[in-house]
Design a protein around this ligand. Structure first.
Ligand code: GDP
Length: 364
């Protein structure tokens, strides 16, 4: 599945947010730096109203949403790349995520200590990005050393790697993240294998005070401007509110949101923004037993989409019976769609579309 790593300076609201996301008290929030020492991992259902609709039409006995994994990554402080705080331990955790949710403190509260003694989310974002850039520089330099012997042997992959590493190093030494580099398609795979931290897409999470959740504030606006300039994304959220909502049942939560002037829970927006940032889409499988949502990257071909369910589906892929979500709903289900000629039979080259209702045929 897809993984988002939650990072941020101490005391910005990471644990509060993570708790709300996973509805557990496991990652305990405390007004104390480094309170979340082990990376905490939680799975979150991706909210999608279409799934309930499909289940209703098909009279499925249950719905199974698709999931996104959040990892609460502690220990990122100024100097972390040089071993400050929890040191380099967080780096491995960040390498393993697909995107970074960077929580920024946008709330003023004299009772909650800010590590720098002031609220300035843009400067905080730079502090963290600098650590990630330094960590990348260090790992590139190490790898350039390690690659020397392979280069002497004339290893083609090593030549490509060295070229990409040097390209990244040049950009990083100018003080820019490696994600600014436009990689040629033939280098895409090798580039990804380098697992540079500053190539991960970033979603800035502006943690604002409770009464600013609907409007945002000047801090969150500054972050939004920065994100836009970088090609990253930003959402406004109040971690405290989300924590409260996460303890309510759905009806109470809806009332509470209404009172706060919020159209939907911030966490839903956060998850959706993560989905967009990662270029993710959802397809469905629908039957009497269950209606289920599955996550793929935009542009995934039918066999690989089938592979998300099971490797055998991909290996033995024959074809996919496909009904677009809107057709499925308009025709009152699979039978109606078939009769209306809305069920297509697609082969190996079919690019699955967001909302497709799929039925795979495969050789066992
Ligand atoms: P972490 O160190 O980034 O994981 O931060 P925590 O989630 O532990 O939060 C640090 C402190 O800030 C806790 O006392 C939280 O209750 C408090 N906090 C988190 N979000 C907000 C907020 O939106 N407003 C206010 N006033 N306090 C918050």
């Amino acid at each position: 599945g897809f993984r988002m790593g939650i990072v941020g300076l101490p005391n910005v609201g990471k644990s509060t947010l993570f708790n709300a996301l996973t509805r557990t008290a496991a990652a305990q929030a405390a007004n104390f730096p480094f309170c979340t020492i082990e990376p905490n991992v939680g799975e979150v259902a991706v909210p999608d109203a279409r799934l309930e609709k499909l289940a209703e039409i098909a009279k499925s006995r249950q719905t199974i949403p698709t999931r996104m994994t959040f990892v609460d990554i502690a220990g990122l402080v100024k100097g972390a790349s040089k071993g400050e705080g929890l040191g380099n331990q967080f780096l491995a955790n960040i390498r393993e995520v697909d995107a970074i949710a960077h929580v920024l403190r946008c709330f003023e509260d004299g009772d909650v200590t800010h590590v720098e003694g002031r609220v300035d989310p843009v400067a905080d974002a730079e502090t963290i990005e600098t650590e990630l850039m330094l960590a990348d520089i260090e790992s590139i330099e190490k790898r350039l050393q390690n690659i020397v012997r392979k280069l002497k042997g004339g290893d083609k992959e090593a030549v490509q790697q060295e070229r990409l590493l040097k390209q990244a190093l040049a950009v990083l030494e100018e003080g820019k993240p490696a994600r600014v580099i436009d990689v040629e398609p033939e280098d895409a795979k090798a580039w990804k294998m380098l697992q540079l931290l500053t190539t991960k897409p970033v979603l800035y999470v502006c943690n604002v005070a409770e009464d600013e959740a609907a409007t945002g504030n000047a801090h969150s606006q500054a972050v939004a401007d920065m994100a836009a300039a970088e090609g990253n994304a930003a959402v406004v959220i109040s971690a405290r509110i989300e924590e409260e909502i996460s303890q309510l049942d759905p009806d109470e939560a809806a009332m509470f949101l209404d009172e706060m002037g919020l159209a939907e829970a911030g966490l839903d927006r956060l998850i959706r923004a993560g989905y967009e940032l990662l270029n993710l889409e959802t397809y469905f499988t629908v039957g009497p037993k269950e209606a289920r949502a599955w996550t793929i990257r935009h542009g995934t071909l039918a066999p690989q989409a089938a592979g998300v369910i099971h490797g055998d589906f991909e290996r033995g892929f024959i074809r996919a019976e496909t009904i677009a979500y809107d057709d499925f709903v308009a025709c009152g289900g699979e039978q109606g769609a078939k009769e209306a000629g809305k069920m297509r039979v697609e082969g190996k080259g079919y690019e699955v579309k967001d909302g497709d209702v799929l039925h795979f045929l495969f050789n066992a």
